[in-house]
Design a protein around this ligand. Structure first.
Ligand SMILES: [Zn+2]
Ligand SMILES: [Zn+2]
Length: 251
């Protein structure tokens, strides 16, 4: 258990399923929306607890998601929340009943983040407590989710093997620094998991924007040191920064 596929199917074959599901461990499902359904090919995460399950993101909404998610549950009450509110991560929301709102205020209220973005929130799934760190900068209502049980850190579009679009540089820099300090203060991380793959298997080389195919993709998972690397390379002024495992991309 606790494995990743050696390589993801990019989902461009017309015969490929609309979603691929990989169980990282027995309570953590990684779901990838096939590129053929939308070029974003986002990754979603389903985290099962004893009483509740958290679905992190709903994809682009171009293919039904709820039947798949329900087939993966084992009796839990389902809560839907988002790494952030961009359309490729909230597109399937209308299929679900209990969906956390999209604004920073609504996210803060749900997770009990008493002071956005500095305070840490949490949600208890039953035998699995997740901590929620506000990391605005890419979009505005961005969060990272830390799962001490699996030692996974979910970072949405703020850190993944691809183009890290930064809308608010000062906020992003502060968020990355805060997240890095949160981890360094005694939160062991085995892997960082973001919401897309946009890099090839060649260091720092990305696909064209909107590419319909992803041959030879970078793996999804990033080692924890990549967060420290991102924190270290962000200077005070917006700039494009190309590293082996991410590209910082001010917009
Ligand atoms: Zn985004
Ligand atoms: Zn995205």
């Amino acid at each position: 258990m606790a494995t990743f596929p050696p390589e993801w199917d990019d989902g461009t074959d017309p015969a490929s399923a609309p979603h691929q599901v990989h169980w990282y461990d027995e309570r953590t499902a990684i779901i990838r929306q096939a590129l053929r359904t939308n070029f974003e090919g986002p990754f979603l995460y389903l985290l099962l607890g004893a009483e509740r399950a958290l679905l992190l993101d709903t994809g682009t909404g171009h293919v039904p998601l709820r039947p798949l998610v329900e087939s993966l549950l084992t009796g839990q009450e389902l809560i839907v929340a988002h790494t952030h509110a961009h359309r490729d991560h909230v597109g399937g929301d209308a299929e679900f009943d209990q969906v956390v709102g999209h604004s920073a205020a609504e996210v803060a209220a749900y997770f009990g983040i008493s002071a956005w973005p500095d305070a840490v929130g949490a949600v208890e799934l039953g035998d699995r407590r997740l901590e929620v760190i506000a990391i605005p900068g890419h979009q505005g209502a961005d969060i990272a989710v830390y799962d001490a049980t699996s030692r996974l850190l979910f970072t949405g579009d703020s850190l993944y093997p691809g183009r890290l679009y930064v809308a608010d540089w000062a906020a992003f820099r502060a968020s990355v620094s805060r997240l890095e300090r949160f981890v360094a203060a005694g939160k062991p991380v085995d892997w960082i998991l973001g919401a897309h793959i946009e890099l090839t298997d060649r260091p720092g080389v990305d696909y064209a924007m909107g590419a319909a195919r992803h041959e030879g993709e970078h793996v999804l998972q990033l080692a924890p040191g990549v967060l420290a690397e991102l924190a270290a390379v962000l200077g005070p002024e917006p700039e494009r920064i190309v590293r082996d495992e991410f590209i910082v991309y001010p917009v």
